[in-house]
Design a protein around this ligand. Structure first.
Ligand code: F6P
Length: 549
């Protein structure tokens, strides 16, 4: 069954939220904290080892209830059931969206066109398990009998960002295999990678859902030629494996049958790290950790599917995000993890969120006149504090921030960790409370500053505060907790897509640039000419005239 088609702006809740926004948009959160000593508790959700504090957001009890009403009016509950039950909710591509099946327990009963999905999922899971264990134990070796030391994932977009982020985030759990990722069609990236690799001890995983992606196939061909030059064509079979839905093209590339890991059309690239796309995760962290990641995601799936909306983390996070996006007209959201391990988390989320919800046509095929997908950006704290926090604290833009922190560090550097967490907590407090003229004046007086200095600099030292943050505090960074965290954001994306009445699981917006690049490549290679605007034509000419190759 298809998703319902409900314009959110036509709902009663939306109209009420508009009026409510006028009433409360100029109020300071601090007044709400003063009036309600239970505010922090009222807006905190404790779930497993997650403690999620939404209280430093520009919402009060009424906002919260109106947002819940909005979820009801757009029939979110019905949509969630369709999502989990394998309905064709990716309607523009005629597909189900079942990344939740990839991490589901084996007894999960889900049928697609009358066929159960789980047996195939389990079969591939078993294949990932036996392959990664054989690599890790050293029973599967390279062509010259040497144990593998390095693994290279060749893929781009969802076939790169998810696995790369997970492998980097969980490097504490890494085994002896050194992971590498090559994605860009930029030949300099692949050249730098190959400089340090020993072909005899390197495993290459080509990951491409379609097996037609220019970047991935170019890199795979370059690497294969480099490899065959060194060890001969006959050695390829022992070193190259592939993950794809396009088995014909994989075979044509010359990958051995037993080295092919299938995936399915009902998994979107940006949600595919739970499938064999995550093979680099399983081999470089060990299968048990890969399974831990799946388990963590699965628990979040249960939470999302079964918890009433009021205490449902992805639902609340998504509704608050809609509140800022559509009523406060906030353009972006920052994701700031206070662990350097999650260095690539915002980059990963950029694809997940922006490729999913960056849409301007609704489910009725009509142009949308309200805002959809948020711009996602971020860097780990505390580095980001010394880079762009100035703008978040005192700039003119409203930027809701997710602060993600861990109670326990992975290495016992408590001196560092206490400092890290003090910063984590201090930033959310500073963004909430700010600093008034009066407080700045008091501070000046304490420093015995003269009147001229005070007059000259006081306004610049004032912080208005009232800047929204959500604090996500997790016990520690583990495969399980990371799995839950990623799934939390995946479901937040889903909920927002439902509210905005868009299709979150296609990505037609990436196609035009690809088509034009194909045409321009032909013109670079030979004198034929297509019609271009004068700027593009001049640039092509300039490039052709000046290139030395
Ligand atoms: O260009 C965007 C995209 O289609 C993404 O959605 C996808 O994750 C990526 O390209 C890679 O695609 P593939 O896995 O088919 O190579």
């Amino acid at each position: 069954m298809a998703l319902q088609n409900i314009n959110p702006t036509s709902t009663n809740a939306w109209q009420k939220l508009k009026a409510h926004f006028e009433e409360i948009s100029s109020l300071h959160m601090l007044d709400w904290f003063d009036k309600n000593p239970n505010r922090a508790k009222d807006f905190t959700i404790k779930w497993e080892d997650f403690y999620v504090d939404f209280s430093k957001n520009r919402i009060n009890a009424e906002t919260f209830e109106l947002l819940m009403e909005l979820a009801g009016e757009v029939k979110l509950g019905d949509a969630i059931e369709k999502y989990f039950s394998g309905d064709s909710i990716n309607q523009t591509e005629g597909r189900a969206v079942l990344h939740t099946a990839l991490r589901a327990r084996p007894d999960y009963d889900i049928q697609l066109d009358g066929n159960p999905v789980m047996p195939e999922v389990i079969e591939v899971r078993e294949k990932i398990k036996s392959f990664s264990e054989a690599i890790n134990k050293g029973s599967l070796k390279g062509s010259s009998g040497k144990t593998f030391t390095d693994v290279v994932n060749i893929g781009i977009g969802g076939s790169d960002l998810g696995p790369a982020m997970v492998v980097d985030s969980l490097k504490y759990y890494q085994n002896n295999l050194k992971p590498h990722f090559v994605s860009n069609v930029d030949g300099d990236q692949v050249a730098e990678l190959l400089k340090d690799l020993d072909p005899e001890t390197t495993l290459f995983i080509i990951v491409s859902k379609t097996f037609t992606t220019q970047e991935t196939l170019t890199n795979a061909n370059t690497i294969r030629s480099w490899f065959a030059d060194k060890l001969g064509d006959h050695a390829v079979a022992k070193h190259f494996v592939a993950v794809s839905t396009n088995l014909e093209k994989v075979r044509a590339f010359g990958i051995e049958e037993e080295n092919i890991f299938p995936m399915w059309n009902w998994v979107g690239g940006r949600f595919s790290l739970w499938s064999a796309v995550g093979l680099s995760i399983a081999v470089s962290l060990g299968y048990d950790h890969f399974e831990g990641l799946l388990k963590g995601a699965q628990s979040m799936d249960d939470h999302f599917r079964t918890t009433p909306f009021h205490s449902n983390i992805p639902v609340v996070a998504a509704l608050i995000s809609v509140w800022y996006n559509n009523f406060f007209e906030a353009e972006s959201e920052a994701i700031i993890p206070y662990t350097h391990y999650l260095n690539q988390f915002a980059t990963y989320l950029q694809q997940a969120v922006m490729e999913s919800n960056g849409k301007g046509v609704d489910r009725d095929g009509k142009s949308i006149d309200y805002q959809t997908g948020n711009i996602i950006w971020g860097e780990p704290g505390t580095n980001s504090q010394h880079a762009f926090f100035q703008l978040i604290h005192q700039g003119t833009k409203l930027i809701p921030v997710d602060f993600i922190g861990f109670v326990n560090p992975l290495h016992d550097n408590w001196d560092h960790h206490d400092k890290l967490i003090s910063n984590f907590l201090a930033q959310t407090e500073a963004l909430l409370t700010g600093k008034t003229d009066k407080e700045v004046l008091e501070e000046f007086k304490g420093q015995k500053a003269d009147d001229i200095t005070i007059g000259r600099t006081l306004p610049f030292k004032v912080f208005r505060g009232n800047r929204p943050t959500t604090t996500i505090l997790i016990d520690s960074l583990s495969p399980e907790s990371l799995g839950s965290l990623i799934a939390m954001y995946e479901h937040k994306i889903f909920v927002q897509g439902i509210i905005w009445n868009i299709y979150s699981y296609d990505q037609f917006g990436v196609e035009l640039g690809k088509q034009l690049a194909g045409k321009i490549l032909k013109e670079i290679e030979n004198p034929e000419f297509e019609i271009h605007d004068s700027s593009t034509k001049n640039l092509i000419d300039y490039y052709k005239k000046h290139k030395k190759g």
